[in-house]
Structures are given as structure tokens and as C-alpha cells.
Design a protein around this ligand. Structure first.
Ligand code: HXC
Length: 277
């Protein structure tokens, strides 16, 4: 499908690359842009050929947050009755892994893997960071700048920034980001565990994200889906419920051909051939 604000490509037959493309607004996320992002991600999630997705922005900005000009005149009644931002969670509901490559600005709401959550993390601010925070793995370019600057606009993060960030980097660091709006750089984000790592290689953060996505996509899909679901359960369940959920999922994988193939291949000292079944 063609999208006005998003470029979709296949750098590898098993990897979908979704690039936020609203350059004259630094990938600020207006309604049309966000609809394009969520449709492109959902399409890739449902495509049987795709094993993992990478989301990224431009060198200058993964995503500079929600579109302030679009939000400016919204009333409480409009925001409340339309449940503004309720569709934000679409990324968190995807079944396949999403890697965000963040360069430039990423306001913290983004989390798709390189965008406003600033996910091929060149940078994400506000909604950008919150978008990125919904990705499963975050890689940052050295230029990435992440922040939740909403406090400077008279509001607070509305895309999960206060909740996901607090779980990721702890209460006091989240408080500092949310209450001061301070933008942190890639090094600090790495130290705080906000991103997996800063990609310093010349080939860049998007290439590194694609490489990682290819590796994930080369595994058995049933097990990858189970692994993502089990890790995500750690954020929702108590430890004993989570351990029980994990063990049941583990048991269920003994019903798959991929488990028989994986363990047989190990015993026969050869590479497994996954059938994703
Ligand atoms: C609308 C934006 C925008 C935004 C940038 N632009 N960010 N438009 N919404 N969030 C537009 C500018 O108006 C300008 O358009 C063009 O993009 C280039 O931006 P500049 O400001 O000229 O660039 P620069 O000087 O390099 O500064 C970059 C920046 C700054 C530091 C990222 O643009 C900035 O502070 N942006 C706002 C970031 C922010 O507060 N984000 C949080 C939003 S609230 P024109 O037409 O003037 O040239 C939020 C809530 C999320 O995200 C809720 C859940 C999703």
C-alpha cells in the first residue's frame, strides 16, 4: 500500500523497514501520519513473509512528538469524547518484534523501534519517544536526543511516557525527565538503559537495526512470538503469575514442529530448518 507520510521497504525478504517521512515537520505525529504508521505496521505484522520490523525516522528526527499545531486548539470535550490517542497503543499490540532505530530528536512517546519514540534512535521527543518506547528493542545513533518536553507545553506525556519510562529507567530519572523536560543524549540514554545501545559504526543505526531484525527473523516464528508475549507479560503480571505464564507457554512449544526440528538439529550437529509450525 502507498502511504503519504511513511515509506515502507523490504531491505531483506523477511524484514519490513518503516521510515517516518514528514520531513518538513521533523516527523511530528499528526493524525494522518499516525494512521499511516499504524497501518504500515499492522500490514507488516500480518504479512507472512515478514519476521521482524524496523521503525525509523530521519537523521534529524525520529519524531519530534505529537503535532503541536494540530493539538493547540483542541478542547477537553473533543479530546475526551474522541478518546484522543487511544489508538496509540497499536504498536504495543503487534505480535512480531519491532526494532526502533532512533536518530536526532525523539520525544519520548514514540517507541516503534527508530521514530518519535525516537527509535532508529537518532532522536525522539515527547510522542516520538513514547512511540519508540513501544518498540521491543531500541538502537540509538550517537546523534539521538530523547526527551519528554510536554511540561514546557503545559501538559504531560499522554502516550505512555510516564508509565513505560518509569518501568524502564525508574522513578527518579523519569520524574526528572517528565518534570523538567530535559533532553538527554544517546550516551546518557544508554547509561540509563533507555536504549539497548548506541550504534557507533559508520554503517549507521538503521543498518544495525536491519541486521538485528534479520537475525530475529531467522528464528522460528512461533518461538519468537512466544518469547515476545512472555517478556511483555513481565510488565503486566505478578512474578508468580508471570512465571506460570512463561512455563505454560514453554510447555506449549513442545507441540510445535520447530521444537522437534531445533532439538533434533542440535543432536545431529546441523543447522535447524524452521517451518514456523
Ligand atoms: C508540530 C513541529 C513539531 C511538533 C517541530 N515542528 N516539532 N510541528 N509539532 N512537535 C516543526 C516546526 O514548527 C518547524 O516548522 C519545523 O518542524 C522545523 O522545526 P524547528 O523548530 O525549526 O527545528 P529546530 O530549530 O531544529 O528544533 C528542533 C526541535 C523543535 C528541538 C525538535 O522543533 C522542538 O522543540 N519541537 C517540539 C518538540 C516537542 O515539544 N515535542 C513534544 C510534543 S507534545 P515551520 O513550519 O515553523 O518551519 C507530545 C505529546 C504526545 O508529543 C502525546 C502522545 C502521543
Amino acid at each position: 500500500a502507498y502511504y503519504e507520510n511513511v515509506i515502507v521497504s523490504k531491505p531483506d525478504p523477511a524484514v519490513a523497514l518503516i521510515t517516518l517521512n514528514r520531513p518538513n515537520a521533523l516527523n511530528a505525529l499528526n493524525a494522518a501520519h499516525f494512521n499511516d504508521i499504524s497501518s504500515a505496521l499492522r500490514e507488516a505484522d500480518q504479512d507472512p513473509a515478514t519476521g521482524a520490523m524496523v521503525i525509523t525516522g530521519s537523521d534529524k528526527a525520529f519524531a519530534a512528538g505529537a503535532d503541536i499545531k494540530e493539538m493547540k486548539d483542541k478542547t477537553f470535550a473533543e479530546a475526551y469524547t474522541s478518546n484522543y490517542l487511544a489508538n496509540w497503543e497499536v504498536i504495543a499490540k503487534l505480535r512480531k518484534p519491532v526494532i526502533a532505530a532512533v536518530s536526532g530528536y525523539a520525544h519520548c512517546h514514540t517507541s516503534l523501534g527508530n521514530v518519535a519514540i525516537y527509535v532508529t534512535l537518532v532522536g525522539k521527543l515527547g510522542g516520538g519517544l513514547e512511540l519508540a518506547l513501544q518498540a521491543d528493542i531500541l538502537l540509538a545513533a550517537p546523534s539521538a536526543k530523547l526527551g519528554q518536553p510536554e511540561i514546557n507545553l503545559g501538559v504531560i506525556p499522554g502516550g505512555g511516557g510516564t508509565q513505560r519510562l518509569a518501568r524502564l529507567i525508574g522513578k527518579s530519572r523519569t520524574m526528572e525527565m517528565v518534570l523538567t523536560g530535559r533532553i538527554i543524549d544517546a550516551e546518557e540514554a544508554e547509561r540509563w538503559g533507555l536504549v539497548n545501545r548506541v550504534v557507533r559504526e559508520d554503517s549507521g543505526v538503521v543498518d544495525a537495526a536491519i541486521k538485528l531484525a534479520k537475525e530475529v527473523a531467522s528464528k522460528g516464528r512461533v518461538a519468537v512470538t512466544a518469547g515476545k508475549e512472555a517478556v511483555n507479560a513481565a510488565f503486566e503480571l505478578s512474578l508468580s503469575e508471570g512465571l506460570r505464564f512463561e512455563r505454560r507457554l514453554f510447555h506449549s512449544l513442545f507441540a510445535t514442529k520447530d521444537q522437534k526440528e531445533g532439538m533434533t538439529a542440535f543432536a545431529e550437529k546441523r543447522k535447524p530448518e524452521w517451518t514456523h509450525s
